[in-house]
Design a protein around this ligand. Structure first.
Ligand code: PMP
Length: 363
């Protein structure tokens, strides 16, 4: 048992206790069949049944129309940073528009530049960059764009688009790695959604890939097989040896998420983040968050104290009190409360109380 901890990791993140318990119960004997899930042959009837059920549950949870393929790609979101331009970007002479709003969209654009011309949707100025987001009306969408790429929730900086962007006639590709399954989705707004699963859905190792089928069939001839969406789709979603365990855990969690629905998790995310932003905003500058109020993330609440030394002292004291992994991104520093689907409201309440008490003790 040990002491109670709350896991604020940016991912791999906490999973619901009841899902973990179910994994434990079934681990030695999957559905009474006498083998462990990690021993399951990836071309077996049992695996095909599991994969079909996981897809069915995902589609029903997100209300996915039939004209979208729902696949699971090996590896993380990073591999899809390359797959996107290879599959729908045309050749090296073509252009795609990237909305660079922070670390993850910048990483995606950097990768895309290896394969095509990246046209910027906006020119960030120093005082806006990383603390706010451009509105779609401000976007400069290159007229020959094969697609527009953006990140729904910039995990590192804690900035989120609370309404999907609108573009006329150009396919929209969205990285939802940190916000997938935390709010209902309007399918008129998306053509491709890429989400590594290790935040709101499962363990690391696979990525949910949702693609409007009209975009399949345009890949570059030199697309590596593991980046190739069409091949993946045509073989039923699993070209190489599937990460059976990760898919199984996603499946269990999807059943858990379906009991509540996406509106519930949206509401929960708002409640949790409001608790933390309130304590920051009422701290008279002891804790600071500079993100534009209308773009503050519901999932990643980023904050800083007076100095790096103060941040480190806070993080150390928090960890000793059972609040794990509140540190900001390795490149940007600071502190960050990452609260995904499995974080209970009590976790946010206890962190809020801790932050208040910590401030009182320091002043
Ligand atoms: N995009 C976003 C928004 C992320 O938060 C992350 C991981 N934190 C990634 C992409 C990269 O995902 P992976 O490590 O699975 O490649």
């Amino acid at each position: 048992e040990g002491k109670e901890i709350f896991n604020f990791s940016p991912g791999p993140a906490c999973l619901p206790k009841e899902v973990l318990k179910q994994i434990q119960d079934e681990f030695l004997n999957y559905k009474g069949k006498g083998f462990s899930i990690i021993e399951m042959f990836n071309r077996s009837k049992e695996f095909l049944e599991l994969a079909a059920e996981v897809e069915k549950d995902l589609r029903s949870l997100i209300n996915l129309p039939d004209n979208y393929a729902a696949m699971w790609a090996s590896s993380g979101a990073y591999l899809q940073f390359s797959s996107v331009p290879l599959n729908i970007g045309g050749g090296p002479e073509s252009t795609a528009t990237y909305v660079e709003t922070g670390h993850w969209s910048m990483e995606a654009a950097k990768e895309a530049r290896k394969f095509l011309n990246v046209s910027p949707a906006w020119q960030p100025s120093e005082d806006r960059y990383l603390y706010t987001l451009p509105e779609p009306e401000e976007f400069n969408i290159h007229k020959d764009s094969k697609y527009v790429y953006y990140c729904d929730n910039e995990t590192v900086h804690g900035v989120e688009y609370h309404t999907p962007i609108v573009t006329e006639g150009v396919p929209v590709v969205c990285d939802m790695t940190s916000s997938f399954l935390t709010k209902p989705l309007n399918w008129d707004r998306f053509d491709v959604i890429v989400s590594a699963v290790q935040k709101n859905l499962g363990p690391a190792g696979i990525t949910s890939l949702i693609v409007n089928k009209k975009l399949l069939g345009n890949k570059r001839a030199d697309t590596p097989i593991m980046c190739d969406w069409e091949t993946q789709y045509n073989c039923g979603g699993f070209y190489n040896t599937a990460n059976v365990f990760a898919l199984y855990v996603c499946g269990l969690n999807l059943k858990y998420l379906k009991k509540f629905g996406l509106e519930y998790f949206d509401d929960l995310a708002k409640q949790r983040s409001t608790l933390i932003y309130d304590v920051i905003d009422s701290s008279n500058g002891f804790y600071r968050n500079q993100v534009d109020l209308k773009h503050r993330s519901r999932l990643n609440c980023q904050f800083r104290l007076k100095s790096k030394e103060e941040d480190d002292k806070f993080l150390k004291t928090a960890e000793e009190a059972g609040f794990l992994w509140l540190n900001g991104h390795i490149k940007y520093g600071g502190c960050r409360a990452n609260m995904y689907n499995a974080m209970p409201i009590e976790g946010a309440e206890k962190l809020r109380n801790f932050m208040k008490q910590y401030q009182d003790e320091q002043e």
